[in-house]
Ligand binder design. Structure first.
Ligand code: SIN
Length: 361
């Protein structure tokens, strides 16, 4: 953890300031966690989003070097005037009139980032991006994860995980059944993902009054808010175990070596969003195996109760895909489910990047 004075000095000079967790990584966005929120907000005029809650802050931005290279690339560009509107559900905003394949100036990026913190899911329509552009846009939000299932990573772009039922030369090109149970990406690792960015390349042909392969999202922050205060207090004292190997069909895909790379981890049942400070239920059907300290029956019953509560329609947005949609979601304040209602003859191909997050608290 940086102490107050060094955070402040580093911010002031615009030099790279990253959490010790990321020291070894070459990332062009910086992430900083510190207890110095109030001080930074008061003394350096940071917005509450940047210098958030007293429990710790999560500051993102680009290094001076990156800002200059962005500025150079933007010299001949028009400023972006995008349109942003909230979807009629407790989460999600649609962003129109932005081309993610082109450089995005810092002010526009901040608007996107703020909208993302507020709404948890962003939908960008009509995009045409190369893998390099997808990776570049994703890196503005943080360093990128490389998924343990290496066989489904895009050649030359290991940051891109293919999610697909397409089979080429007798081999599946991607994970065919990814996300078909409610989950939040990478809750099974110590430092789970901040967000994921999914780009629709092929989707099943819609019928006259039905789309196929939709993705549903729920707000785990709204689900927490709806709990009664006694329950909130009780859950706040609990921790849960998460494991990528919970489901037998997932275990079957992994080699012994890959299994060793995903040891189980323990997280609080209620986690605090690092930017907004909202409390979120952090238990999901795919990866949460046990509530620590409870007997099996009680633990299973509580996991089920929390999952059913989160999955309620009142907290949900259902995305009906169009080719060219880019969707990003927050892996702290949401859970999602890919609806498996299409057959092998209906090709669905998605490219996903997964952005690294910060320690859970
Ligand atoms: C995922 O869980 O990352 C996949 C979501 C989807 O394919 O809709």
């Amino acid at each position: 953890m940086w102490r107050t004075r060094s955070c402040a000095r580093r911010l002031e000079t615009g030099s790279v300031c990253i959490s010790p967790t990321y020291n070894e990584l070459e990332i062009d966005e910086f992430t900083m966690i510190s207890g110095a929120t109030y001080h930074l907000q008061r003394q350096y005029g940071l917005s509450p989003v940047l210098a958030c809650h007293e429990a710790g802050i999560f500051v993102r931005g680009s290094t001076r070097k990156d800002r200059h290279s962005h500025d150079d690339r933007l010299q001949a560009e028009e400023k972006i005037t995008m349109k942003l509107h909230k979807l009629a559900s407790p989460l999600g905003s649609e962003i129109l009139d932005i081309d993610l394949s082109r450089p995005i100036d810092d002010a526009t990026f901040r608007q996107i980032d703020d909208a993302f913190s507020e709404r948890s899911v962003l939908v960008f329509r009509d995009q045409v991006m190369t893998p390099a552009q997808h990776v570049e846009f994703s890196r503005r939000f943080g360093g990128l994860e490389i998924h343990v299932l290496k066989q489904y990573l895009l050649a030359d772009f290991p940051e891109i995980l293919l999610i697909s039922n397409v089979v080429e030369n007798g081999k599946p090109v991607g994970i065919a059944d990814a996300g078909q149970q409610w989950h939040t990406d990478l809750s099974y690792v110590e430092i789970p993902s901040r967000c994921s960015i999914l780009y629709a390349k092929q989707i099943p042909e819609p019928g006259p009054d039905k789309t196929y392969g939709d993705t549903c999202f729920v707000s785990t922050a709204a689900a927490y808010d709806a709990l009664d205060p006694e329950m909130q207090k009780y859950l706040g004292t609990l921790k849960a175990r998460h494991s990528y190997l919970k489901r037998p069909h997932v275990r079957a895909k992994l080699s012994e070596e890959q299994k060793k790379q995903v040891p189980e981890v323990i997280h609080p049942v209620i986690r605090t969003h690092p930017v907004t400070g909202r409390k979120c239920i952090y238990v999901n059907e795919s990866f949460t195996t046990e509530i620590v300290g409870l007997g099996k029956e009680e633990s299973d019953a509580l996991i089920l109760q929390l999952c059913e509560h989160c999955q309620s329609e009142q907290f949900m947005y259902r995305h009906k895909w169009r080719v060219g949609d880019v969707l990003m979601w927050d892996n702290c304040s949401t859970q999602h489910l890919a609806v498996a209602d299409y057959g092998p003859e209906q090709a669905r191909l998605m490219n996903r990047t997964t952005v690294r997050g910060t320690a859970v608290f």
